[in-house]
Design a binder for this molecule. Sequence first.
Ligand SMILES: Nc1ncnc2c1ncn2[C@@H]1O[C@H](COP(=O)(O)OP(=O)(O)OP(=O)(O)O)[C@@H](O)[C@H]1O
Ligand SMILES: [Mg+2]
Length: 270
Amino acid sequence: MSKGKAIAVAAIKGGVGKTTTIVNIAHILANDHNKKVLVIDANFSSPNLNLHLGAIENDKSIHHLLNNNEKLHNVICEHSFGFHFIPTDITKLNSNQHKLKNIVNELKNHYDVILLDSAPSPKDEMLAAIDAADELYVVSTPDLPTLTSTLKTAKLARQNNTKVSGLILNKVKNKNYELKPESMEKLTGIKLVATIKDSVRVLESLNSIRPVSLLNPNSDVSLEYKKLAALMVNASYENPKWHIRALGYLKDDFKNLTTHKFSKGLSYFK
Ligand SMILES: Nc1ncnc2c1ncn2[C@@H]1O[C@H](COP(=O)(O)OP(=O)(O)OP(=O)(O)O)[C@@H](O)[C@H]1O
Ligand SMILES: [Mg+2]
């Protein structure tokens, strides 16, 4: 059986959208590309994958693998979104993180893609995810403090000889005060592979515990995730026809449209 690949999504900065990216990509790869996908929560100290997946209670976690030599099949959970995942137990802080790489190597025999959700810190746990990955995507928001930590994340990956495959720019508002996507690409030296807009629908999707790619597959955000997912597995991607995109846009923005006060002008459309 040919080996799958392990992809880490990382950022030293918290809250930039690592887990959101992982869940959407996993959902798309499993459903649109028919890939066998496993998501590992490698955010050992502040895990939140469970919250994104609505799977708060689990008997077994990655800690059982790292600390107790638990059998793989006992810790893998199946999700109705179409992929498998291994959760983290927030109550167990200390673990043999260096064993993650061996575990991932073994799991690559069983999955096409293993996605590693990493911790927002430059400490051992993020390094364990970087080390276990064949390639890394760095998530950043378009502001100076985050750019600084993005540079640090990329440096750590390069020091570890892990390939940095792309920069995912998230929560983009297209405002003048933001760093421009092309500047982010130039300053980091990392190829910009996705520009995801700041969208209230992403927050709503977390609230309803369903990825945006499931809630509205043709929204701007979902299409950007679809393009990224295809790139991650070297598959071709074509944007849907304009009327499908228009429907996705309307579905996304219908609520805004109906509640918009037109007396305030058309600034909403800018
Ligand atoms: N494009 C977006 N537009 C608006 N909100 C977003 C977007 N992407 C993510 N969010 C929101 O930002 C918050 C943080 O996202 P997420 O949990 O994915 O970040 P994270 O990098 O994994 O955080 P942590 O470092 O704590 O693990 C969530 O409420 C999520 O819904
Ligand atoms: Mg997270």
